[in-house]
Write a protein that binds this ligand. Structure first.
Ligand code: ATP
Ligand code: PRP
Ligand code: MG
Length: 280
């Protein structure tokens, strides 16, 4: 039975369970449950702190896990990223009170508050900078005004927490994070192929829609140029002489532009449908 670690609390917890549900797996019904067996799919889920998940997967005690890329790097555990799950996106950034620091070259000798000392330490080593890392558990944005640090390094999603604390970001992000599926090594463990196929199916279903339209046959080349699909568009004859029906997958983020361009070309009956799931 495949044993998979997923976040029990926090930002990644709900979306991770939802993605697994969308992929056809059973999930806990009580948020206090710490494990859930899905006999039909031969999988058991263990609900753990996202920060601890790399430890269980890196040691080989669990086969796979869902955690944040920043948490994996921070842990220092040599586990491998198998798949970007495309939720829980955030950057990890330096921030300081406005008007104090202007460049990351000034980090040397400063006190840096963070809940990610591994990630920050790695950056400082790589850039041959010496600074004091003040390890905190959370609410890191308070550290500067309370006097324990000169700047912070923390997760930034909307930037609202930084603004409220009077902090501004400094330099480029240390990293861009999102939820990822991790394994002990780059080669997925035995029995993981079905899970990976299903998760990829959910990712594609979320990112693409199915577009269908009718177009004059002499405009088909131009129309399919706008909707090349993933492999190739499906073209079917229409009862109406000289017209064809086309179906193709289109990126959800592009669909309105593509519909406008198809309409201008002369396509009609342009319909968009959500894809519930797929295997490509
Ligand atoms: N707005 C956000 N706040 C915190 N973490 C976020 C946010 N958006 C994405 N993440 C990601 O979620 C992971 C942190 O999750 P974790 O559960 O450890 O903290 P949390 O969601 O802040 O919960 P808590 O602090 O209440 O324990 C990291 O990978 C981080 O990049
Ligand atoms: O850019 P934003 O959208 O404001 O989000 C980022 C903030 O949210 C998280 O804090 P959380 O609420 O989890 O509190 P914590 O610091 O105690 O973990 C994170 O640690 C940042 O402080
Ligand atoms: Mg938090």
């Amino acid at each position: 039975m495949l044993r998979i670690a997923i976040p029990n609390k926090g930002t990644l917890s709900g979306p991770a369970s939802q993605m697994l549900r969308d992929a056809g797996y059973r999930q806990r019904s009580d948020p206090k449950d710490l494990a859930c067996r899905d006999e039909g799919n031969n999988v058991e889920f263990f609900y753990l702190r996202p920060r601890d998940i790399a430890t269980y997967v890196g040691s080989g005690d669990l086969d796979l896990g869902i955690t944040g890329r920043d948490l994996l790097v921070d842990s220092g555990v040599p586990a491998a990223e198998l798949l970007d799950l495309n939720f829980g996106g955030a950057t990890f950034r330096w921030a300081a009170p406005a008007g104090t620091l202007t460049s990351v070259d000034q980090l040397g000798g400063k006190r840096i508050a963070t809940a990610f000392p591994g990630l920050v330490g790695q950056y400082l080593d790589e850039h041959e900078l010496k600074a004091e890392v003040v390890r905190l558990d959370g609410a890191v944005e308070n550290a500067v005004r309370l006097g324990v640090a000169d700047l912070i390094a923390d997760v930034v999603e909307t930037g609202a927490t930084l603004r409220q604390a009077g902090l501004v970001t400094l330099g480029e992000p240390l990293m861009r994070s999102s939820a990822i599926l991790i394994g002990r090594q780059a080669e997925p463990p035995a029995g993981a192929a079905q899970l990976l196929r299903r998760l990829n199916g959910v990712l594609v279903a979320r990112n693409f829609v199915m577009l269908a339209y009718d177009v004059r046959a002499d405009l088909l080349e131009q129309a399919t140029g706008l909707t090349p699909g993933i492999e190739s568009p499906t073209v079917s004859p229409l009862h109406r002489e000289g017209w064809v029906a086309v179906q193709a997958m289109v990126q959800r983020s592009q669909v309105h532009r593509v519909m406008d361009e198809l309409y201008e070309l002369g396509a009609r009956a342009i319909l968009v449908t959500d894809i519930a799931n797929c295997r490509l």
